[in-house]
Design a protein around this ligand. Structure first.
Ligand code: TZP
Ligand code: MG
Length: 260
């Protein structure tokens, strides 16, 4: 089926390896063509004394790919996408499945580890238990999941821990936790999350940058068209779902080129 995209042009046929939901996402206007706004890189900040944890700083790649299992028509499509992303240079990948059961998630996670674990750091969304069971490299928790302290207790000191935040108060709080990085968003409107928090814009990224020295991941509606502005607003890395769906390898390569 061909359709008009929101620019009035004809889009390619919907990829068969994606679920209809994912194809709808690809057409969602809000995930595309955000205006580019130049921002200024945040100055290096003095060390913050409020932090209760002294952890050595991790280094994030510019692109943090997220694979949402619910968007793929079958397991093989999910795994293939991960392999394509890895071939496109992705070294940090989060596995996310809001509707799957634990066994299915573990099966996915173990196979992802088998296929791309050699070159890609794998992060489990929401579930420290599945992170450990799958031998993943870290876990990402949100405001309704285990607290960063609780998650750290489960995964131990070595693995990566990320935390989602949606406003300045949450960033300040997250800064005091044993999280290795802080995610902020949604920066732009997104159709990939059910009931997303209010959009924070580039201003929200700048504000977050001023509140923490931890590595900062920006998420929500980030595309090749707006990613540069997000990094210029102070993010260290952009986390992306929908703009990596159609041609994962090519899209990842373009993100890296744009964010060089
Ligand atoms: N958290 C905040 S926005 C979002 C999540 C998981 C979805 C990001 O997806 P997309 O398609 O890159 O906007
Ligand atoms: Mg969560």
């Amino acid at each position: 089926m061909r359709h008009l995209d929101w620019n009035g042009g004809e889009s390619p046929t919907d990829p068969q390896w994606l679920k209809p939901k994912a194809n709808a996402l690809l057409r969602h206007p809000s995930t595309h063509l955000r205006s580019l706004r130049a921002g200024s890189r945040a100055e290096a900040m003095p060390s913050r004394s409020g932090s209760r944890y002294e952890r050595s700083m991790i280094k994030l790649p510019r692109l943090y790919a997220i694979l949402d299992a619910s968007l793929f028509s079958d397991n093989e499509a999910l795994y293939t996408s991960a392999q394509e992303l890895a071939a496109g240079g992705v070294t940090l990948l989060q596995y996310r499945d809001k509707s799957g059961n634990a066994r299915q998630m573990l099966e996915h996670a173990r196979e992802l580890k088998r296929r791309v674990g050699g070159s890609v750091k794998l992060i489990m969304n929401d579930r420290p238990d599945l992170c450990l069971a799958a031998g993943f490299d870290g876990v990402h928790v949100g405001q309704d999941d285990l607290s960063p302290d609780g998650a750290r207790k489960v995964i131990g000191d070595e693995l990566w821990l990320g935390v989602s935040t949606h406003d300045p108060a949450q960033v300040v709080e997250a800064d005091k936790t044993p999280a290795d990085y802080i995610a902020v968003g949604p920066v732009f409107p997104t159709a990939s999350k059910v009931n997303p928090d209010p959009v924070i814009g580039l201003e929200g990224v700048r504000k977050a940058r001023s509140l923490t020295r931890k590595p900062l991941v920006a998420i929500g509606g980030i595309t090749r068209a707006n990613a540069r502005s997000v990094i210029e607003a102070g993010a260290d890395s952009v986390a992306v779902i929908s703009d990596l769906l159609r041609e994962p390898r090519k899209s990842a390569e373009e993100f890296f080129r744009i964010l060089r």
